[in-house]
Design a protein around this ligand. Structure first.
Ligand code: CO
Ligand code: ZN
Length: 333
């Protein structure tokens, strides 16, 4: 079953968009022995090649997580912020953020936080550095932060702040481990991308420079399996989600069909994903150069973009198995 220690290290690492360097160093430590060639490009993507000859396939998983940046200091010990990526304002009050140097802040709201009367706007929120005589506060305008929370394990369910998309990174690393030493019929580029949460900026650069024949993106997707939520067929424990469509990407039917065929041949549990809000790096890869046909293997995840993103380890393993089944054989679309 998927390596929980690997997942824990990845989800607890710090890496808001544009500041993926700690996550990249961590991933590098896992993949250095697995890749035939490894480089970091100008956008900060970590690109790992395995094998040569056959079709060129780019596998993308993003290293960054949603976060925020200090926009102005307020009274001593307090600061205002703007978002990098889609923070859910309703989920922020009382949550903690962490800066690169380890400084912790708590998000508060103007007025009486015990009895908020309306939806918060970002203009009403602030960060409280709990400043006192020993803690003067070192934070400056322009400093970036990410939400902070430890991994929790409840049986098969894993809960963390950044399953989006460190769990995709874990799936990629586990697939690299499984493919190591095999004679590969395709030229694989595992790309750990930057700045997905602000518009897939890293993936676009990587797709343009690698010029793959096909793209496969690994990312989380939402589920419809919580109370009074039956608008989506994906559920935790239902297997790997094969994307059909999201708000930025219509998967070419031939790629979707290939994924279904390979899942069925390999005995991998799968479900079909129709996501009405949100998209992935595949939206950028599909429109790079003259168009790169792209598919997505999604890890089902509850409470995406909160500190309690929840996945099922059996789904994670199904995603690894499906990815390996796709990559260890000729890519016959
Ligand atoms: Co996201
Ligand atoms: Zn994501």
């Amino acid at each position: 079953m998927a390596d929980k220690a690997l997942i824990q290290a990845l989800v607890e690492a710090w890496g808001p968009s544009g500041h993926e360097y700690m996550v990249r160093a961590l991933i590098e430590s896992y993949v250095r022995e697995l890749a035939d060639e490894l480089r970091v490009d100008n956008a900060g993507n970590l690109i790992c090649r395995m094998g040569g000859g056959g079709k060129k396939i780019m596998i993308a998983a993003h290293m960054d997580e949603i976060g925020l940046v200090i926009s102005a200091l307020d009274k001593p010990g307090f600061a205002r912020f703007t978002m990098t990526g889609g923070l859910i304002l309703l989920s922020l009050i009382g949550n903690r953020v962490r800066f690169a140097d380890g400084t912790i802040g708590t998000i508060g709201i103007e007025g009486n936080a015990l009895f908020p009367t309306e939806m918060p706007t970002i203009r009403q929120l602030f960060i409280d550095f709990s400043m006192n005589s020993e803690n003067g506060g070192t934070v400056r305008v322009g400093d970036h932060a990410a939400l902070t929370r430890e991994l929790a394990v409840r049986g098969d369910r894993l809960i963390a702040k950044s399953m989006d998309d460190r769990i995709g990174c874990a799936v990629a690393i586990e697939a690299m481990r499984a493919l190591k030493g095999k004679s590969l019929p395709n030229e694989l580029y595992f790309v750990f991308t930057t700045q997905e949460e602000v518009g897939s900026r890293g993936a676009r650069v990587a797709a343009n420079s690698i010029a793959p024949d096909y793209g496969i993106t690994l990312d989380v997707t939402a589920t419809g399996d919580t109370p009074k939520n039956n608008r989506m067929a994906v559920r935790l424990g239902g297997g790997a989600a094969i994307k059909v469509v999201d708000s930025g990407h219509i998967v070419p039917p031939a790629i979707k069909e290939l994924m279904i065929r390979r899942a069925e041949a390999a005995g991998v549990r799968y479900q079909l994903e129709v996501l009405s809000g949100g998209t992935t790096d595949a939206s950028a890869i599909q429109t790079a150069l003259s168009g790169i046909p792209s598919g997505v293997i999604s890890i089902p995840c509850r409470y995406v973009h909160t500190t309690s993103e929840t996945v099922d380890i059996n789904d994670v393993q199904a995603c690894i198995d499906l990815l390996v089944a796709l990559l260890e054989q000729p890519f016959e679309v």
